[in-house]
Design a binder for this molecule. Structure first.
Ligand code: BGC
Length: 381
């Protein structure tokens, strides 16, 4: 590959965050100071270099969109892109990353299946001076990662918690001595995002669990008791079925607090199996159901009444921030960073950009999702 980094940029003008972030590739570029041509303006010729994109799975819609957005935006900047999906298989992702390294990609962008399982593969990248960017999920226990582009993961949790608090009017309920039943379906224990999200939810809801305004009849409120490996929809459905059978024979579940749209589909099936219906015709009243990602199916479910809300994460924006990090590593530009404190991966605090998540429901989906061009009216029919 021709490194097209201006040697000038490697001088004093280079921002300190970049030196921290992309030390490896920066050194490589410095030894290649003969290449002085700027790649700006190169179409999708690949002349800017090849970017390896390792994505976790195609089983949930968002990662397909993420890869698509990243590919489009990188190609528009003159990079060539190689996308790999690991279908939630840790070993497969390790092999895919090793392959990309063997092919001498110029930069790796990784959304991990298991955030801690890539330490050795990423050490190989570092040895070859291939910069690594963590995409959406933090890469743990490695010093090979330069930057992290993600959403405010704790913010996702607080937005879900606040939605429940406001729409269920928990303060009023508390004053009136009323209560709601609630069950939790949290994310994968090998995904660093999941605990952040859980902590955000509990920051808002724990006081109401403590004072009895929220009642979790299964008693499963800890992260350990509610996390679901690999964000499995099937496990969420099974857990919900078991919880309904064991705890809700004589009382309705009022709130299913789930961390992912996929879980909300599983919970919906479990509820239907237990005799709940959105028509609320018999004694069972359809609960409030939360989610995350504002997937197309979830948005349709929100419109139809099967799901109450989701968290909209504009993956176009995330891709944009990540692409600026790729540029930083390969062209010597400065990436946008807005957090240098929260994301300690055990080896370093990774300079991060956190995009803002937004709560979406039937009242604002038009504005957030349709008017912004995220979905078309036709897709939602
Ligand atoms: C992402 C979420 C997604 C989940 C399951 C998390 O790491 O941040 O947006 O819903 O994985 O794919």
């Amino acid at each position: 590959m021709k490194r097209r980094v201006l040697s000038l940029l490697l001088g004093t003008a280079m921002v300190s965050s970049m030196l921290v972030g992309c030390g490896g590739s920066g050194d490589a570029a410095a030894t290649d100071s003969a290449a002085t041509e700027d790649s700006a303006g190169a179409e999708s010729s690949g002349e800017g270099g090849t970017i390896g994109l390792a994505m976790p799975t195609q089983s949930s819609e968002r990662w397909i969109n993420d890869a698509d957005n990243m590919q489009k935006q990188l190609e528009a900047k003159g990079y060539k892109v190689e996308v790999q999906f690991a279908e939630d298989d840790v070993q497969q992702q390790v092999s895919q990353i090793e392959n990309l390294i063997a092919k001498d990609v110029d930069c790796l962008v990784v959304a991990a299946v298991d955030s801690s399982a890539l330490v050795n593969a990423l050490a190989q990248a570092k040895e070859k001076e291939i910069p690594v960017i963590a995409y959406d999920r933090l890469l743990m226990d490695t010093d090979a990662v330069s930057y992290y582009a993600t959403f405010d993961n704790k913010g996702v949790g607080t937005k879900i918690g606040e939605y429940i608090k406001e729409k269920k009017e928990l303060d009023k309920a508390k004053e009136a001595g009323e209560s709601y039943t609630i069950e939790f379906f949290m994310g994968s224990p090998d995904d660093n995002n999941a605990l952040f999200l859980y902590n955000g939810i509990m920051e808002v809801l724990q006081p109401y669990l403590d004072d009895g305004t929220l009642v979790c009849k299964s008693g499963r409120t800890s992260f350990d008791d509610t996390c679901i490996l690999r964000w499995s929809q099937e496990t969420a459905q099974k857990n919900c079925e078991d919880i309904l059978t064991a705890n809700y024979a004589n009382e309705d579940l009022d709130i299913a607090c789930t961390a992912f749209d996929g879980f909300s589909y599983g919970v919906r099936s479990a509820l239907e199996g237990a005799g709940y219906s959105i028509k609320n015709t018999d004694s069972k009243v359809w609960p409030m159901i939360t989610g995350q990602d504002a997937e197309l199916m979830a948005t349709k479910n929100i419109i139809a009444g099967y799901q109450t809300m989701s968290i909209y994460k504009d993956t176009r924006l995330l891709a944009e921030k990540c692409v600026s990090m790729v540029d930083a590593c390969l062209k010597g530009t400065e990436p946008e960073i807005n957090d240098t404190e929260q994301y300690d991966n055990g080896k370093l605090v990774v300079p991060s950009y956190l995009c803002e998540p937004q709560a979406v429901d039937k009242d604002n989906y038009q504005e957030l999702l349709v008017d912004s061009g995220y979905y078309t009216e036709d897709q939602l029919k």
